[in-house]
Design a protein around this ligand. Sequence first.
Ligand SMILES: NC(=O)c1ccc[n+]([C@@H]2O[C@H](COP(=O)([O-])OP(=O)(O)OC[C@H]3O[C@@H](n4cnc5c(N)ncnc54)[C@H](OP(=O)(O)O)[C@@H]3O)[C@@H](O)[C@H]2O)c1
Length: 331
Amino acid sequence: MFNNKNIIITGGTGSFGKEFVIYLLKNYKPKKIVIFSRDELKQFEFSNYLKNKAFNLKKVRFFIGDVRDRSRLSLAFQSMDYVVHAAALKQIVAAEYNPQEVVKTNIEGAQNIIFSALDQNVDKVIALSTDKAVNPVNLYGATKLVSDKLFINANNLAGKKRTRFSVVRYGNVINSRGSVIPFFKKTVIQKKLFPITHKKMTRFFIKVDDGVKFVIKSFSRMLGGEIFIPKVDSIKIIDIAKAISSNTKIKIVGIRPGEKMHEVLCPQDEAHLTLEFKDHYVIKPSIGLEIKNNYQINAIREKGKKVSESFEYSSNLNKFLSIKDIKKIIN
Ligand SMILES: NC(=O)c1ccc[n+]([C@@H]2O[C@H](COP(=O)([O-])OP(=O)(O)OC[C@H]3O[C@@H](n4cnc5c(N)ncnc54)[C@H](OP(=O)(O)O)[C@@H]3O)[C@@H](O)[C@H]2O)c1
């Protein structure tokens, strides 16, 4: 799929981006991989990391740019075959306090990606989304929902061009920057109480390498216009604290602004659009697209079936990881 192809990843120095680049370098022979992000230091550090691990950097380009800057993106997208759009502002509380900034990056940035991909005749674009985009209660989720809608609709802007756009949506990434596990580990070192929002709170969890493999698979599965959702396990937040340290005491701090008790990846309101495949779900576009796809059979001929009208894929109605499983993953 990626052999002899030019691939660009926006947010290529983030938790997902770095793992994606490493996976491509280990498993494919791409022509070129472009890492697009703003901060030169993160790029420098990642470049050093790759050098120290003896990766061949001849194929890797570090491109400083901001997804808010369409002309820069257009330049970066020249001769690209595939785009993975992972750049985002994603801290829930920061988003509440800086709404204009999150709109600029997550929504205007999404539009810039779409128009640059169309300008440069890119083949396929996958944008990363989150469970927080489903029935959003915070601005981060709301901007990602708008972004999802823009990417699905972008298939109608393509006209006769070959560019196809799809979305991959999943839940919390274990150990990603700013996530609960590194935070809890710090709490143990600082000998503080574990601040638990609610004893019953649950989340979907995915390992970053599983997220990367799922995105890669989605490139081969996509027809354009779908939202791909992997089947993953759930975790009770309190079990993460127990897995990190059985001695540390817990303090209940209450649900924070913009947080939900449970997350949803496929909402019941879209059950009529949802298809179940062996290891994932697909939500079909809610609008008619000019490209006529039979989403029940994907591009690699896997077959999906309709789910029941009452179906909802929610983190509290799912298979849970045991404390033992969580310990294994964390370590
Ligand atoms: N982590 C999770 O738990 C999770 C779960 C579900 C979905 N997702 C989605 O997955 C994607 C990647 O998440 P992640 O965890 O890898 O995030 P991350 O670690 O915070 O990385 C974000 C990346 O985006 C870049 N970036 C931010 N603003 C930018 C801008 N305006 N222009 C260009 N680059 C910019 C950052 O680099 P610079 O700061 O140097 O620009 C960094 O490389 C996001 O779309 C997120 O919504 C994440």
